[in-house]
Design a protein around this ligand. Structure first.
Ligand code: FES
Length: 136
């Protein structure tokens, strides 16, 4: 299944400009993380070194290299979201059980700050009430 998912993601994006990030997003979306064995396969397909692919995976906090144990709540803690109350939301989210809270730095949803991702679901213009509802 991992192999098929990686091959399909590569096939979907290989011909486009800058295919690495879309491939990694697709793999993580399908599997929940970037499996170690995906790195050499992606590197070979894109004519990159394993270190280059691994470097991108480890650079972005969004990408995980281990399967998530519980639903992951990635809360943006970058400037735009901070200006819109992300710190208070972070404190609010820390008291929830049943999800893994991770900080991330810009989800590309700055216009809808504060923003988060619950699994692969974007949460925009987040409030404590919206967060509680999403976690229910
Ligand atoms: S700063 Fe939070 S989504 Fe960009």
């Amino acid at each position: 299944m991992i192999q098929d998912t990686v091959v399909a993601a590569i096939a979907r994006h290989q011909g486009r400009e800058g295919p690495l990030l879309p491939i990694l997003h697709d793999v993580q979306h399908a599997i929940g993380y970037i499996p170690r064995e995906a790195v050499p396969e992606i590197a070979r397909a894109l004519n990159l070194s394993r270190a280059e692919v691994h470097g991108v995976v480890s650079y972005y906090h969004h990408f995980r290299t281990e399967p998530p144990v519980a639903p992951v709540l990635q809360m943006c803690r970058a400037e735009s979201c901070q200006a819109m109350g992300a710190d208070a939301l972070w404190e609010h989210a820390k008291h929830h059980d049943g999800c893994q809270l991770e900080a991330t730095y810009c989800l590309g949803l700055c216009a809808s700050s504060p923003a988060a991702m619950l699994g692969d679901r974007p949460l925009a213009r987040l409030t404590p009430e919206k967060l509680d509802e999403a976690l229910r």
